[in-house]
Design a protein around this ligand. Structure first.
Ligand SMILES: [Zn+2]
Length: 137
């Protein structure tokens, strides 16, 4: 599974092949999975590896291991999921942005809506979770 030691893997994500595969995947899967899971339609700008590939080419290129993600889900939510996963607190299934754990995290951290560009915007009645949005712009 995941090695504890951090080797510097070759940057697979810099390859031309990845650029093409990524663009094709996002055309076929244009919406962020994590946002869709809570009923929001947000354009996916990132192909996230469900299980971190850690430089493993097989895992990197396995489309079953890809999920469309907005920048916010990738940066804010997935980071937390992977941290908990590495700490042994989450099962591998929870790494999907549509998992119950991911949805709970999304609702907890989503205080603002995510814009079409993948970045949060403040907007109307966002009440994604127990916390209501305090202010409006
Ligand atoms: Zn999202």
């Amino acid at each position: 599974m995941i090695r504890a030691s951090e080797r510097r893997p070759p940057r697979l994500s810099d390859t031309h092949a990845w650029g093409q595969a990524r663009a094709q995947f996002l055309r076929a899967n244009p919406q962020c999975l994590g946002c869709a899971a809570i009923g929001k339609h947000v354009v996916a700008t990132t192909v996230d590896h469900v299980v971190p590939h850690g430089g493993d080419e097989g895992r990197f290129w396995d489309r079953m291991n890809w999920q469309p993600s907005c920048q916010w889900h990738h940066d804010a939510i997935k980071q937390r999921l992977e941290l908990a996963y590495r700490a042994g607190k989450l099962s591998v299934e929870a790494l999907s942005l549509s998992s119950a754990e991911a949805i709970a995290l999304t609702k907890r951290h989503m205080r603002v809506q995510i814009g079409l560009d993948g970045w949060p915007i403040e907007d109307n009645e966002t009440t994604g979770g127990p916390e209501n949005v305090a202010g409006r712009r």
